[in-house]
Design a protein around this ligand. Structure first.
Ligand SMILES: Nc1ncnc2c1ncn2[C@@H]1O[C@H](COP(=O)(O)OP(=O)(O)OP(=O)(O)O)[C@@H](O)[C@H]1O
Ligand SMILES: [Mg+2]
Length: 311
């Protein structure tokens, strides 16, 4: 019996392109309702995995089950449960945005009576309503990316597989897509690939980090960040006396490194609440005028670099 709480089950997936192995015995599960970030550097195997999971290419060996259905034995059952934003969305340039979404919805087996409502919903959620009557080929790259997203969500599928959903978007559009993902979470299971760490931090419950076709870490975001807590950074910005403060900080136990640049100080150390308190006390004692004290999200970045540099 399949474990129904795992809506995606991936077992020992391997894909060779000729004599190049793109993914190597990859196994992981995704639970219903989870938002998972699939993270890895260029060439790690993210797109290859997503193409196999969505049934676009076959693995060399291994197995994928979606809601208990085997991707290659029951492709129809699988495809109607998945909305997929490919890395390079297929070009239907000579189609009108709304007609294209209508076409995709029908292709996914959506009942005719539900199609217009679902198309309107997808247009609205991806903020494409204003351009719904335009030809896809005349849209800018960012808008075309949103058409790709709209076609992924148009049939209101249980699962969304999004291959770098924010690539090529300007910051405002990135924020809009993140908001959309927040809106979709809960009612959908989402797997998104990215090499942007803040994207994972902003949207995901869990990250699966791959490198060279293998999983190098799989953890909740807190779990991943905690791994680095033993060696973290704090950035401080002060109004005055920066060099006195830097010298004082070097003497604080738990601090391993202090670097000063103008009125900014970077403190490296074994991070704990005690240490943070000592740092702020030192700033007060030195009358430095503490303006800012932040823990940069370099946490995940460091983990990423550490995990993906051993190839
Ligand atoms: N059609 C193909 N033929 C041959 N090799 C391929 C093919 N597609 C991918 N590869 C190789 O497989 C490996 C994994 O590629 P993949 O596109 O899955 O990586 P990715 O993690 O999506 O990278 P990116 O972040 O650059 O999108 C790479 O070494 C790539 O060169
Ligand atoms: Mg890719």
């Amino acid at each position: 019996m399949a474990d129904t709480s795992n809506i995606i089950e991936i077992r020992e997936l391997t894909k060779n392109y000729g004599d190049r192995r793109a993914i190597d015995h990859l196994s992981f599960n995704v639970k219903k309702g989870e938002v998972v970030g699939f993270l890895g550097p260029n060439g790690a195997g993210k797109t290859t995995t997503m193409k196999i999971v969505t049934g676009f290419i076959a693995p060399t060996t291994g197995e994928v089950k979606i809601a208990g259905y085997d991707v290659f034995e029951d492709p129809y059952e699988v495809k109607r449960r998945i909305g997929y934003l490919p890395e390079t969305p297929p070009v239907y340039g000579d189609m009108i945005v709304a007609d294209y979404l209508d076409f995709v919805a029908r292709l996914k087996g959506v009942e005719s009576s539900r199609v217009p409502g679902l198309v309107a919903r997808a247009l609205e959620k991806t903020q494409l309503t204003d351009v719904r009557k335009r030809l896809i080929q005349n849209l800018s790259k960012g808008y075309r990316q949103r058409v790709g997203l709209a076609q992924a969500i148009v049939s209101d599928p249980e699962i969304l597989i999004l291959d770098e959903p924010t690539v090529g978007l300007d910051p405002r559009q990135v924020a809009e897509i993140r908001r959309l993902l927040q809106e979709l979470r809960g009612s959908h299971t989402i797997v998104l690939s990215t090499h942007i760490l803040s994207e994972v931090q902003a949207t995901c419950d869990r990250a699966i980090i791959i490198n060279g076709g293998r999983i190098v870490a799989e953890d909740t975001l807190t779990g991943l960040t905690n791994r680095l807590r033993g060696n973290s950074q704090i950035h401080i910005r002060v109004r005055r006396n920066a060099s006195d403060l830097a010298q004082a900080l070097e003497r604080v136990s738990g601090v391993t490194e202090v670097e000063m640049s103008g009125m900014q100080i970077r403190v490296q150390g074994h991070l704990s609440d005690d240490l943070i308190e000592k740092i702020s006390e030192a700033a007060v004692q030195q009358r430095a005028g503490l303006l800012e004290m932040t823990q940069p999200d370099a946490g995940l970045e460091n983990i990423f670099i550490e995990l993906t540099s051993q190839h």
